[in-house]
Write a protein that binds this ligand. Structure first.
Ligand SMILES: [Mn+2]
Length: 321
């Protein structure tokens, strides 16, 4: 796919990505928007996203022009592009996608079958940003576009740590670095830095977690009351599952937290064996083999039982335990 072949005659182009946007989501949306504004100077290119951490705002060029709400009288778009997600996970922007004359979807989630009039889904890609770099024209890439896309690759590979990091990913990242942005600041601020409250919530989660299945699974459940006690909200609970997974001997990490009374967010990570996309799909969630998530609306005790049974079955099937 070359994106300009599809949208070169469009006067109004909308872009969005998934709810609770991460570095790959924001980076891919901004990288693509910066490119389209450069390639099609007379076109209007708008990006719609939910709010996201300040560190992404500072480190992703173009993020300052993102729209966080949809005007009631929003005109129809000639093309609407959904990145890093299926169109049903983009919140209110789904309406703009549905109304658009041309619907385009670019994603790297293996649970996405491909949506819209034109789609490019490659589950082997490290990130949506890597796919955006493939569909835009090399000759127009500049430092800002390179930095936006680099943030997404860094985020989704866990700074080149996860198994989705390939030789080609490193080459792509190297190519982006050659544009000369401050890559050390990007990695520190986007990936490693956390707020004081995020650190406290991580500490609390580690204390509250339990080891199961002969130490192969780590499990933590934080209810809404506990979260409120610390004055924390969803953004203060980012990346906890990845930290739990760093426990020696653990293959699968589960972090469940109550976002609203009776509604829970499940975040899953694994290192080698458990396919957590399968686990998340038990509650209509999705993601990747090694990183996935879901929303749980059923009784939590029962849900915990179902999750544990699935993980245990997968470990047993692999001859572990
Ligand atoms: Mn992604």
């Amino acid at each position: 796919m070359k994106i300009l072949d599809l949208v070169k005659n469009c006067a109004r182009i909308g872009i969005s990505g998934h709810e609770n946007p991460d570095g790959d989501c924001v980076g891919s949306c901004c990288g693509l928007a910066l490119f389209l504004r450069k390639a099609l100077p007379s076109a209007q290119v708008d990006v719609f996203l939910e709010s996201f951490p300040e560190a992404l705002m500072r480190n992703i060029p173009g993020a300052e022009s993102i729209l966080f709400s949809i005007p009631a009288d929003a005109k129809k778009y000639d093309a609407f592009i959904v990145l890093d997600s299926m169109p049903d996970r983009i919140g209110e922007a789904a309406r703009l996608y549905e109304e658009a004359a041309l619907k385009i979807n670019i994603d790297h989630h293996k649970t996405n079958p491909g949506c819209g009039d034109a789609f490019y889904v490659d589950e082997d890609a490290s990130s949506a940003c890597e796919l955006v770099l493939e569909v835009i024209d090399d000759s127009l890439v500049n430092r800002d576009i390179a930095q936006a896309l680099y943030v997404g690759i860094v985020t989704d590979t866990g700074v080149f740590q996860y198994s989705n990091t390939k030789e080609s990913t490193m080459r792509t990242a190297g190519r982006l670095m050659s544009y000369g942005f401050d890559h050390t600041a990007v990695i520190r601020e986007v990936f490693f830095e956390r707020t004081f409250l995020q650190g406290r919530m991580l500490g609390l989660s580690l204390v509250r977690s339990e080891l199961l299945m002969d130490g192969k699974c780590i499990f933590c459940v934080l209810d809404g009351e506990t979260i409120a006690e610390y004055g924390a909200s969803r953004k203060d609970l980012d990346r906890i599952s990845s930290q739990l997974l760093l426990t020696e001997g653990v293959d699968c990490a589960v972090f469940l937290h109550e976002t609203d009374p009776g509604i829970w967010r499940g975040s899953f990570r694994s290192s080698n064996i458990v396919d957590v996309a399968r686990t998340a799909s038990l509650f209509k969630g999705g993601g990747h083999t090694r990183a996935a998530g879901c929303t749980i609306r059923s009784e939590i005790g029962e849900a915990v039982k179902i999750l544990k049974e699935d993980i245990k079955a997968q470990l047993l099937a692999a001859g572990i335990e």
